[in-house]
Design a protein around this ligand. Structure first.
Ligand SMILES: [Zn+2]
Length: 255
């Protein structure tokens, strides 16, 4: 019976490891859909987790009339000892660095999108592909996908970037700054700049139906963070930048 078949299929998909689940979600998602970008962030979040970082990732999508850039960033705070190495910052940095090198006449750093997320040792990379068919012929569209609700630092970076739309998968009640009740506590300079820009925030989590993605994908995105949180928090509490034998490192720098 079809029901039995479906139920078996359901069981095997639930048993997939999250990296395999992300690859399957990426292969089956409709191109240019929110679910596709979130499948990319899930794959990148798993690479962050493997590197010893928080399982968080972000995709900054920039669309011109014929080309789409996808800056994919993963959390790299602990592996690179970078307190600023949040996923959203790394996605923004990747795009900024590609655009800056192009402006400076140097070889660009964008890679053709082949359907596979492979960050290697990088905290962020930029892919390019043809723009979504049917886009208006003029103007630039920018979207940021965040596997976890961005923190205050990333929220300010997003507002300063002038991104049109942000889509958040998992809410972060303790550290996030974009859910309405937390965004309301942001310093006025940033919240008023955001409203001047007509900044749109959608939540893809099950609490909101505004921008739903498949429920299983939302759960995996949430778990990618929650399964790493306690262990990484313990490491961060020891200090990210000024940790280890700093005196020896300084001494080596000047010899
Ligand atoms: Zn952040």
């Amino acid at each position: 019976m079809a029901i039995a078949g479906n139920s078996q299929h359901h069981q095997s998909s639930a048993e997939l490891g999250t990296a395999d689940f992300a690859a399957a979600a990426l292969a089956s998602a409709e191109p240019y859909s929110d679910a596709e970008y979130f499948a990319m962030t899930l794959a990148a979040a798993m690479q962050a987790q493997t590197a010893g970082d928080y399982g968080i990732a972000s995709a900054l999508v920039i669309r011109s009339h014929d080309t789409e850039l996808i800056g994919l960033g993963r959390n790299a705070v602990l592996s690179t000892r970078d307190p600023l190495g949040h996923a959203e910052v790394n996605a923004i940095r990747a795009v900024q660095s590609a655009l800056a090198s192009q402006r400076a006449g140097r070889a660009h750093h964008a890679r053709p999108w082949t359907g596979e997320v492979a960050l290697g040792a990088a905290a962020g990379v930029v892919f390019f592909r043809p723009a979504r068919p049917g886009l208006p012929g003029r103007g630039i569209e920018s979207l940021l996908y965040a596997s976890l609700e961005p923190c205050p630092m990333c929220t300010v970076a997003i507002i300063s970037s002038r991104i049109d739309r942000v889509v958040v998968a998992a809410l972060d009640e303790q550290g996030g700054a974009l859910a309405p009740e937390r965004f309301a506590r942001l310093p006025l300079a940033w919240s008023s700049l955001a409203s001047q820009q007509g900044f749109v925030v959608d939540f893809a989590s099950k609490e909101s139906a505004a921008a739903p993605i498949p429920a299983k994908l939302a759960v995996r995105l949430s778990e990618a963070f929650s399964s790493t949180k306690d262990a990484r928090d313990a490491e961060v509490s020891q200090g990210v930048l000024l940790n280890g034998n700093i005196e020896a490192a300084i001494a080596q720098l000047v010899t």
